[in-house]
Design a protein around this ligand. Sequence first.
Ligand SMILES: O=c1ccn([C@@H]2O[C@H](COP(=O)(O)O)[C@@H](O)[C@H]2O)c(=O)[nH]1
Length: 224
Amino acid sequence: MSGPIFVALDTPDLERAKTIAGKVRHHVGGIKLGLEFFAANGRSGVKEMAQLGLPIFLDLKLHDIPNTVGKAVQALRDLEPAVLTVHAAGGRAMMEDAKAAAPSGTKVVAVTVLTSLDGSDLSSIGLAGDPHAQVERLTALAREAGLDGVVCSGAEVKAAKKLWPGGFFVVPGVRPADGEAGDQKRVVTPRQALNDGASILVVGRPITAAADPDEAARAIEATL
Ligand SMILES: O=c1ccn([C@@H]2O[C@H](COP(=O)(O)O)[C@@H](O)[C@H]2O)c(=O)[nH]1
């Protein structure tokens, strides 16, 4: 993969996704397509975006029983995404089945604790302890399940990498120093995330909501 920035094209509008990708393509290493894009455009939309020639990160955050997730990954095989996500909370067997069903060139990575959650959110769903401990627990589980890496916030990536030196670490929820956090709760700067061990950075609104997405991507790239 070339540059570390994957731009999150969170839109249901295929033409808008193509326009933004076209504008920022020289300043990003790939494009991330998530639930909003996939729900609106499906597999054909992913194929159309792939024609731009940038690596595709398919962020579907699959989370179900092992058989269902394995079959879903099987159905996605021909899209050959560079990166595909599942939720680590689905458990070891689910992650094993996802990895077994994925193409060999796809990195299957597990979401540990969403960057939009803090300690009080975890308490409200019955998970005691801070996000840090939960990220460490799920990173160890993802490693045991044979995945390629995890998704965590920049606040935990250093600890996760210490547990798994050869892992692939995806860090979303990054914001330039003066950036709006929005719904993200565990936020660090792109530079800090890379310093602490991120393999790739996921950047959405700081680029896509900017008046000039190309300039915004360029400015973030210049800080790295
Ligand atoms: O824990 C997670 C996992 C995935 N995401 C995704 O990353 C982008 C972030 O977008 P911003 O606009 O830069 O906040 C978005 O597509 C999420 O689905 C995440 O934020 N946190």
